[in-house]
Design a protein around this ligand. Structure first.
Ligand code: ADP
Ligand code: MG
Length: 236
């Protein structure tokens, strides 16, 4: 099998910042923050070769670091001067409102079901705008809503970068659908934990949508020695 995705990023364990509710953000001067800047620059370079305005951040299974990666990538790009939208598409396990300490408001669920306008639901934090999951009663109905592609198109037209915090690729069919609606999908892989076969299966599932792999929670000591920088986690 040919594997289209290269390792685009390596994220060491983030030492939580002590400010506000931003508990999983990398402090700006940390090695982790630098790795998110590297990832953002590699994505920008890719954008010279293929459309990369809407990026779905997915993983094989839960807990590998999709939300952490999506949030840090979105913030890094906003700090770099881009207008960024971060969209919480993993409506079964929302976490962004809590992580960012946002007051409850309409979110993707209400917008996708036609009960709120996108402009009302977006929460603006400087150059970063966040669309949280909202009040989700039926996750599948939200993610299969015929309005959803239109919502993504509206975001595509209004922002320089749209980051989708997507469901796990192997668990739900709607993850694949979202990855296809995006310009590309990043597969987050929990370093030294996700089995190779599972990564291979997730890449197969994503097919041409997969643009790269982010190795997450890499041991910081190993990172310094560069062991992972050219690692292909799918190699036999
Ligand atoms: N690079 C990282 N450094 C430290 N903790 C992390 C990192 N990535 C994820 N985590 C933690 O692991 C847990 C799962 O991460 P999360 O991003 O919520 O995964 P997912 O969205 O894929 O389910 C969370 O408690 C998160 O804070
Ligand atoms: Mg998540």
């Amino acid at each position: 099998m040919s594997v289209p995705a290269e390792t685009l990023g390596v994220s060491p364990a983030v030492q939580p910042a002590s400010v506000g509710g931003l508990a999983t953000l990398a402090p700006r001067d940390s090695a982790a923050a630098e790795q998110y800047r590297v990832l953002q620059q590699r994505l920008e370079r890719l954008a010279a070769r293929r459309p990369m305005r809407v990026i779905a951040v997915t993983s094989s299974t839960r807990g590998e670091g999709r939300s952490t990666t999506a949030l840090n990538l979105a913030l890094t790009a906003a700090e770099d001067g881009r207008e960024v939208a971060l969209v919480e598409c993993d409506v079964r396990k929302p976490c962004l409102a809590q992580r960012l300490d946002l007051a409850p408001r309409a979110g993707l669920a209400e917008v996708a079901l036609g009960n709120a306008e996108l402009s009302q639901a977006l929460c603006r934090l400087g150059r970063l705008s966040v669309l949280c999951a909202g009040d989700v009663k039926d996750p599948a109905a939200v993610l299969r809503s015929p309005r959803l592609p239109g919502v993504i198109d509206e975001l595509r037209a209004g922002f320089g970068l749209v980051v989708l915090d997507a469901p796990p690729a192997l668990a739900f069919a709607d993850a694949e659908r979202l990855a296809s609606a995006a310009d590309g999908a990043l597969l987050v892989v929990r370093a030294q934990q996700t089995p190779r076969e599972v990564v291979r299966l997730a890449l197969e599932t994503l097919g041409d949508s997969a643009v790269g792999i982010v190795l997450n929670q890499v041991d910081a000591g190993t990172l310094v020695h560069g062991k992972y920088l050219y690692a292909d986690p799918t190699a036999a």
